[in-house]
Design a protein around this ligand. Structure first.
Ligand SMILES: C[S@@+](CC[C@H](N)C(=O)[O-])C[C@H]1O[C@@H](n2cnc3c(N)ncnc32)[C@H](O)[C@@H]1O
Length: 267
């Protein structure tokens, strides 16, 4: 249900509602379509650590002094925050998934950086979390229908800056050709990062915007995790894996590659 009341926020929520999986397909799903695979996001974190600094990393580092503290909302494997230490000396990860938090904790431990994990849904758990110099939130926004309170809580926790990264288009856009071919269902193409910017500006935030191409895991190891992930999202069973793999190879994942860094400073 759409709770948002201002025009851009309502457009965002309505556009996300259109991504609801058709009832009869969802009813026949052998597994939940909504879980994120931990291994895939642990590798995203390792890739972020090994890659040259992205615009999101540069914008975050600009607002961090040596020994600073970072809050990472929807931390996954830690791709947004692990590359910020140093200069950051302490990372706090929030995620609704215990498996993701455990993976993040292991990676932070291996990197020798002080860390804390908070399990739960943002912004529900926000009152349990202290402020940080920089708040980062990568690849979570398209999961959030009610974007205004989510962003307001990010902003309220940042002493200096919020950096929000998202793909230019909804990340599941790359599976649209698979939905058409395997279910005969045309999926939406909005909202986009521009629609997110409209919501933030409607909130009165002055937002910096920088688009870039990010490295996306497309090796055989990633494909091995991606096939079951996409199969679950498509509400299909194991017997369709070969078909899904060949469609993934044919259509690629361009929608995941085009990313946008949004940032704003707090008073
Ligand atoms: C696509 S992953 C991105 C992970 C990581 N930030 C990255 O860029 O690789 C999204 C993560 O956000 C978490 N998540 C989604 N919505 C959330 C919410 N409202 N509160 C807390 N965690 C959330 C998921 O469990 C998942 O770990």
């Amino acid at each position: 249900m759409v709770a948002a009341t201002t025009p851009a926020a309502r457009r965002w929520a309505e556009a996300l509602e259109a991504w609801a999986i058709p009832g009869e397909i969802l009813a026949a799903a052998p597994e939940s379509p909504w879980s994120f695979p931990q291994a895939l996001f642990a590798r995203a974190a390792a890739r972020a650590l090994a890659s040259p600094p992205s615009p999101s990393r540069r914008r975050a580092v600009q607002a961090l002094a040596d020994g600073g503290e970072v809050l990472d909302v929807g931390v996954g494997g830690g791709a947004a925050s692990l590359p910020l230490a140093p200069p950051a000396a302490r990372l706090v990860g929030v995620d609704r998934s215990r498996a993701m938090l455990d993976g993040f904790a292991r990676a932070a431990e291996a990197q020798g950086v002080s860390h804390e994990e908070v399990e739960g849904d943002w912004p529900d758990v926000a009152p349990e979390v202290g402020p940080a110099d920089v708040v980062v939130c990568h690849h979570v926004a398209y999961n959030v229908a009610d974007l205004v309170p989510f962003v307001a809580a990010l902003t309220a926790h940042a002493r200096h800056r919020v950096v929000l990264e998202l793909t230019a288009q909804h990340p599941q856009t790359s599976s649209n050709p698979l939905w058409l071919e395997l279910h005969g269902v045309a999926r939406p193409t909005s909202p986009t990062a521009d629609d997110a910017v409209a919501v933030l500006e409607e909130m009165g935030l002055t937002v910096g915007v920088e688009g870039f191409e990010r490295p996306v895991g497309d090796g055989e190891e990633d494909l091995a995790d991606l096939v079951p992930f996409v199969r679950r999202q498509l509400c299909l069973g194991h017997e369709r894996d070969a078909e899904i793999e060949s469609l993934l190879r044919r259509h690629g994942r361009a929608a995941l590659r085009h990313a946008v860094t949004l940032w704003w400073d707090t008073p």
